[in-house]
Design a protein around this ligand. Sequence first.
Ligand code: ATP
Ligand code: MG
Length: 454
Amino acid sequence: MRATVLVVDDESLIRWTLAERLGAEGVAVVEAETAKAALAQFGPDIDLVLLDFKLPDSDGLTVLKTMKAKDPDVPVILLTAFSSIETAVEAMKQGAYHYANKPFNLDELTLVVQKALETTELRREVKALRASRSEPYAIACIVGDSAPMTALKSLLQKVASSPASTVLLRGESGTGKDLAAKTIHYNSSRAAKPFMNITCSALPDALLESELFGHERGAFTDARQLKIGLLESADGGTVFLDEIGEMVPALQAKLLRFLEEKAFKRVGGSADVRVDVRVIAATNRDLEDAVKQGRFREDLYYRLNVMQIVLPPLRERSSDVPPLVTYYIDVFNREFKKQVRGATPEAMELLKAYRWPGNVRELRNAVERAMLLTEGEWLTGDALPLSNDRASTARTMALPEEGVSLETLERELVKQALRRTGGNQTKAATLLGLNRDQIRYRIEKFGLDKPATT
Ligand SMILES: Nc1ncnc2c1ncn2[C@@H]1O[C@H](COP(=O)(O)OP(=O)(O)OP(=O)(O)O)[C@@H](O)[C@H]1O
Ligand SMILES: [Mg+2]
């Protein structure tokens, strides 16, 4: 991309000279004669400013200050005919990149400009990269306005702004524990430092220990070199320990010591290493149970439990289903270059009523699949693969103590299915895992065809 330089000088000969030379170097030049014109031209497309100190309507220092306030990253080179140490010092204090005396050496000045442009470009790239990495983790990007999600978001915000506390994230698979961990990191003052994660169940114990804490040279047969562990490489940042419930007790003890003293020893090492790292742990297991069974240290459990965040399962917040569906339709419209406008009301009802054992991840996958299959503008129930997990619903339906009449229950379920599908027998049949004939038979048997259901 071609860089643009703003040349501010009331002498047209100087502007012309600079424009000619910089133009020959492949730089685009914008000119301004006065301070007012300069500030009007100054914007995001200006990469560098050459600024005369003495302007008809103001002085260079004032203009410099205003520009720096608007965009501190743009280098400004001050040009002046009467040099004084004080103005030079003042200019540098105000954030000038360089200070050149008139008459300036054009070659030298051109070199300074080129060097400054290189650093601006680099700085802008880094900035854009940082922004693009952390942007998806803005609190506002967490979809869902149900009461539990609203409470969760405000808790995440609070935890993010207290960047020292250890956090334990709990929730079923697919409820957003990874997302919550990254949200906390990228909204905390640690955001510019590393976020590292490791899944405790993914590695054999010994490997997990050396990954996490590092090892000294010669610590074991293969340890030819010193290895810096995750905790050390994440210094200043956050380490996310996923599936903490799978960690073996010996490592749990080492982790506890780190949480309490901020110090640990590398494998095979005798000296303490100190780092400043926030630990976020996650589990979808019943840790209390693991404590009872002696698989999880009670002291570590209490230490982690100080700040516990529970991610609610999707079935307990079905009002979040429509915004999530809409969100993912949007995502996959972009990815698949489709123009799906939404889910039909019937499809949305199906989605809301579903139990979502795999939570948001399952919803995302269901929408993705439906989007691939669909040819039309609207997602319909037929495209949604929700029918196959009836078993989990059935298991959670408890038989009341006083018992129940199976026939009454069946009638009630058929009635509800018809109501939910607006009387559409085919769709009601799908909800109940029946074919058309089977549902017709039941509708007649229970006399459900009497009131106008169609
Ligand atoms: N509230 C939400 N808004 C938007 N996307 C979400 C939300 N919750 C979860 N997701 C998305 O759902 C998917 C699963 O979330 P994530 O990986 O964080 O779950 P998890 O709790 O870590 O699951 P597991 O226990 O299986 O590791 C991710 O793609 C995540 O971005
Ligand atoms: Mg996860």
